[in-house]
Design a protein around this ligand. Structure first.
Ligand code: HEM
Length: 311
């Protein structure tokens, strides 16, 4: 039996829902109520159909502390910004059938009430399939090619050597990026390829891409120490009165927040003043740091939050 939430290692599902919860006033003065809701949650989370991720606010409301967990720092660079929008809890629902995920959402909401309330849901989905077998971003580029594999994926994504209740947990950086498709379509095909640093037609890396190219900004082995993460991002979409809004729900799972933050700072131009060309057609509109507890005997292991493993 795995000590990870297995959905983190698996390929992204056909359909995903990110359900964001906030603490209610009732929970803030009553940690016992919150504990009860989380015990109910632990029984419903299998780590595969549902990946659970806890924010610093929730951990603090329990009077607990998770080493390395902190609030997402608002980061800026020349003309660009990565905003911070903390959340108490995010449940990433994974499946093939939206009807099933809706029913599951209701069950989870009921288990968490009245301590936590769903604030916002982002509907996400897999789009297409690239030559390396991963899904595509809505810009048409294959996303996930340079993800670490197998043992390297486990080493990148999960904490180890921290002790029981922490080993097998994962630190998630989650950012909703909103694409500007008009700006993207106004670029030539070559300019688009140079934004990414890869050729969309065959996913080849372009050696002659400018330094602003996304894959040059984020090349994981170019950091000291190296900065590997396991990315499990999904396209998202929402219809609004002013038209469709869509982009990428960027999700980086790490053994700490170090790798994500090093990459993000370089994307923002904090290292050398060069801003990632992705910002020409996309921008993050949310940003949160979350902690995904490990599993024990097939259920969420909340011992790090001073909650017993069994209800
Ligand atoms: C709109 C948002 C984003 C889009 C559309 C996007 C898309 C892509 C694509 C198409 C690739 C190339 C293929 C691959 O290796 O997956 C890539 C690589 C990568 N991206 Fe992103 N990305 C986005 C945001 C981010 C953010 C916010 C980070 C981290 C702060 C990041 C980190 C990486 C890393 C580490 C790689 C692999 C680099 C390497 O080692 O070659 N990406 N991304």
């Amino acid at each position: 039996m795995t000590i990870f939430q297995a959905g983190i290692l698996q390929p992204v599902p056909a359909i995903g829902r990110y359900v964001f919860f906030s603490l209610t006033a009732a929970a803030q003065g009553d940690p016992a109520l919150l504990r009860q809701s989380l015990q109910q949650l632990a029984a419903l989370v299998d780590g595969e159909r549902v990946v659970a991720a806890f924010g610093q606010d929730l951990v603090q409301a329990l009077g607990a502390e998770v080493p390395g967990l902190r609030t997402f720092p608002e980061l800026t660079g020349p003309g660009v910004k990565a905003p911070a929008t903390p959340v108490a809890l995010c449940l990433w629902l994974r499946g093939q059938d939206l009807g099933e995920l809706l029913a599951l959402t209701r069950r989870l909401e009921k288990a968490l009430a009245p301590a936590l309330k769903a604030l916002r849901v982002v509907e996400a989905f897999r789009h297409g399939k690239g030559v390396s077998g991963h899904g595509l971003d809505l810009s048409g580029y294959e996303d996930g090619t340079e993800n670490p594999q197998e043992a390297a994926a486990v080493a990148a994504a999960f904490a180890s050597g921290l002790g029981e209740g922490l080993d097998g947990s994962s630190y998630l950086a989650l950012q909703q990026w909103l694409h500007d498709f008009d700006a993207f379509e106004a670029m030539s095909e070559m300019a688009q390829d140079h934004c990414m640093g890869r050729r969309r037609s065959d996913n080849e890396e372009l050696e002659d891409a400018p330094e602003s190219a996304h894959v040059k900004r984020t090349a994981q082995e170019d950091f000291a120490p190296e900065a590997f993460v396991l990315r499990r991002s999904m396209p998202w979409a929402l219809h609004t009165p002013s038209g469709d809004k869509a982009g990428l729900m960027f999700a980086a799972f790490g053994c700490s927040f170090y790798a994500f933050e090093a990459q993000m700072r370089r994307m923002l131009g904090q290292d050398d003043g060069i801003v990632d060309a992705l910002f020409r057609f996309s921008a993050p509109i949310t940003g949160a740091y979350l902690w995904c507890p490990p599993m024990r005997d097939g259920r969420l292991d909340l011992r790090a939050l001073s909650l017993p493993a069994q209800a």
